[in-house]
Write a protein that binds this ligand. Structure first.
Ligand SMILES: Cc1cc2nc3c(=O)[nH]c(=O)nc-3n(C[C@H](O)[C@H](O)[C@H](O)COP(=O)(O)O)c2cc1C
Length: 310
């Protein structure tokens, strides 16, 4: 609650203190931004992806600016599950905001290994499942492009939760690189997801004409930033009408108005990613702007924003 306003957001058994989070891969594990952002005031911190083994990621160059955005091919670089628990989790445990661990892997069993191990650890409030990873057992096609696979993976993860009491929500993070994102969202819901988040990055490529080669060493990368915002808003609008679980919106959010577009489209919460690189203060400013909007509209609950869309 802020004053008489209820800023809380319910995702399964979890209540996030407010609707504004920072997106996976753009905020590290929190301590990286320590002097710049009061992460405790956020609704949620979504960690960089955690995989069973440490990953160095892709070769450089792996970042390039694009009009109104950027392209990255970081490749899920992360210290791995053991180091995450030993070195990153203690800092995250002390957070007042919700801590959602982004889970990734090359096989279904990879995802299971991460979740099962984290179930034994305190200080985690939920799991965001990054299904944009290439599935090694299926010729490298991303998990998230195959609805049957998304449903099965989600079900296995949902069933693998062993903690008593409030269950940590499973949030399946949807890829926009599919023909119909609603089909995949419904598959996640059928598999027992507590929520979906959308969108992950869009596949893109930049070519250096002088060098006659792709700018990124990997060739393609993931497009993020304001350039993808209209795609994300449309996805949230469609997905929130296709499923009855909560939808968390992201893609190109830079300020309160951008966040409100997503909330009006049907998201219950939002995340800021690329914007945080240049303006670490953007998420908390967006939260302030959402609160001011609610005051102006006479809303007492953030959950009522979506009903305002004409
Ligand atoms: C450098 C970078 C690293 C990312 N790493 C991850 C990741 O590990 N897991 C994940 O699910 N998404 C990852 N993402 C995707 C973002 O979380 C987000 O879905 C996407 O960038 C769109 O939001 P934005 O336009 O606000 O950045 C990454 C994005 C960027 C730019």
């Amino acid at each position: 609650m802020i004053g008489s306003m209820d800023m809380g957001v319910r995702i399964g058994d979890l209540v996030m203190p407010n609707p504004v989070g920072v997106a996976s891969g753009t905020f590290g594990y929190g301590q990286e931004y320590e002097p710049l952002v009061d992460a405790d005031a956020l609704g949620a911190l979504y960690t960089k992806a955690v995989t069973p083994e440490p990953r160095r990621g892709n070769p450089a160059p792996r970042l390039v600016d694009t009009p109104a955005g950027m392209l990255n091919s970081i490749g899920l670089a992360n210290p791995g599950l053991d180091a995450f628990i030993a070195e990153k989790l203690p800092g995250l445990r002390a957070r007042r905001c919700s801590v959602v661990v982004n889970v990734a892997g090359k096989t279904e069993d990879d995802y299971l290994r991460v979740l099962e191990r984290l179930e034994a650890e305190d200080g985690i409030d939920g799991y965001e499942i990054n299904v944009s990873c290439p599935n090694v057992a299926h010729g490298g096609l991303a998990f998230g492009t195959d609805p049957a696979q998304v449903e099965r993976l989600t079900r296995r993860l949902a069933d693998a939760r062993t903690r008593g009491g409030a269950r940590r929500p499973i949030i399946v993070k949807l890829s926009p690189n599919v023909t119909d994102i609603c089909v995949v969202a419904k598959a996640a819901e059928a598999g027992g997801a507590d929520a979906v988040s959308c969108i992950n990055t869009l596949v893109g490529m930049v070519i250096d004409v002088k060098a006659k080669r792709t700018t990124l060493a990997m060739g393609t990368g993931g497009l993020s930033g304001p350039a993808i915002r209209p795609v994300g808003v449309a996805c949230v609008y469609k997905v929130s009408r296709a499923v009855s679980i909560p939808v968390i919106g992201l893609g190109g959010i830079c300020d309160a108005d951008d966040a409100l577009q997503y909330l009006l489209a049907g998201a219950v919460a939002v995340q800021l990613g690329t914007a945080v690189f240049s303006r670490p203060e953007a998420p908390l400013e967006a939260l302030e702007g959402i609160r001011a909007f609610m005051e102006k509209e006479g809303l007492s609950s953030v959950a009522d924003i979506g009903a305002l869309l004409l």
